[in-house]
Design a protein around this ligand. Structure first.
Ligand SMILES: [Cu+2]
Length: 240
C-alpha cells in the first residue's frame, strides 16, 4: 500500500506542475456518451458555474499521469481540489480497497480509474473509466459515502449533497444525478466503459465520500426506486 501511495504522489506532483505552471491546454473530444460538450470558448475568468473547462483540463492531465493508489489534494495557485484513484479489482480478500464481489460480472484483473476535480466556480466533475468488464453490458455506478470492505454493504449509501431524511433514499427529489454522483456506463465490445458526472456543488470538507461502487444494472429513476441499480458488484476506494 505504501508503494502505491508513493507512486501516486509522484504522479500528482507532476500534475501540479503542469496545471499550476502553464495549464494543460487540452481540449480533447469527450468520448463519454452521457456528458455535455464543454464550452471551451469561455474566457478564463468566467464565473459561470457551468463553465467546467478548467475541470476538464485537470482531469485530462491527471488521467495521463495516474498511478496505482488514491489521493486527493488542492492544486497550488488554483481553486481546484483534485482526487485520483486507480486500481485493479481483486477477489474478496485481505485488501478490499479495490474488490470484486461478483467475478462473473467484474472479473478479477479488471481495472478502474476515477478522477474528480472540484472548484467552487465550476462544481465537481468526476470521470470513471473501467476496462476488463463484460462486453456490451450496462453497469450502474455511483459515489458512496464509506470505504469499501469485505462486505458489499460496507461502502454505505450513495453520497448525497442534500441529504434525504428518509434512508435508504429512493425519492427522486434526492436520489438523482444532480444531487448524487452517478457514473452509469455501457461497455464497448472490448469491455471498456466510461462515464462523466458534472454537478454544480463542491464536496463538503466535513462530509467526504470514500468510494465508487459498480452495480448490476443502470440506475433507476422512478419514485420509490430512484437510485436503485441492483447488486453491488465491485468497489474502489477513492480518497475524495
Ligand atoms: Cu451505488
Amino acid at each position: 500500500m505504501r508503494n502505491r501511495t508513493t507512486s501516486t504522489v509522484l504522479a500528482t506532483t507532476a500534475l501540479v506542475s503542469a496545471l499550476a505552471f502553464g495549464g494543460a491546454g487540452v481540449a480533447g473530444a469527450q468520448q463519454d456518451d452521457n456528458t455535455s460538450t464543454p464550452d471551451n470558448t469561455s474566457t478564463p475568468d468566467s464565473t459561470d458555474p457551468g463553465d467546467s473547462a478548467i475541470l476538464d483540463d485537470s482531469i485530462d492531465v491527471s488521467e495521463s499521469l495516474l498511478a496505482e493508489g488514491t489521493m486527493s489534494m488542492q492544486i497550488p495557485f488554483t481553486a481546484i481540489t483534485l482526487t485520483a484513484a486507480q486500481a485493479t479489482f481483486r477477489e474478496n480478500g485481505a485488501d478490499s480497497s479495490a474488490v470484486t464481489y461478483r467475478p462473473d460480472l467484474v472479473p478479477a484483473g479488471a481495472e478502474a480509474k476515477v478522477v474528480s476535480a472540484t472548484s467552487p466556480l465550476a462544481g465537481t466533475k468526476t470521470k470513471l473509466t473501467v476496462t476488463g468488464l463484460k462486453p456490451e453490458r450496462g453497469y450502474g455506478a455511483h459515489v458512496h459515502t464509506e470505504p469499501c470492505g469485505p462486505d458489499p454493504a460496507a461502502s454505505g449509501p450513495h453520497f448525497q449533497y442534500r441529504q434525504d431524511p428518509d434512508q435508504p433514499s429512493t425519492d427522486p427529489a434526492y436520489a438523482n444525478p444532480d444531487n448524487e454522483i452517478w457514473l452509469d456506463f455501457t461497455t464497448d465490445k472490448a469491455g471498456k466503459g466510461s462515464a462523466t458526472s458534472h454537478v454544480d456543488w463542491t464536496i463538503p470538507d466535513d462530509r467526504k465520500p470514500a468510494s465508487v461502487v459498480l452495480h448490476e444494472h443502470h440506475t433507476r429513476t422512478a419514485p420509490g426506486e430512484a437510485g436503485v441499480a441492483g447488486a453491488r458488484l465491485a468497489c474502489l476506494d477513492v480518497a475524495f
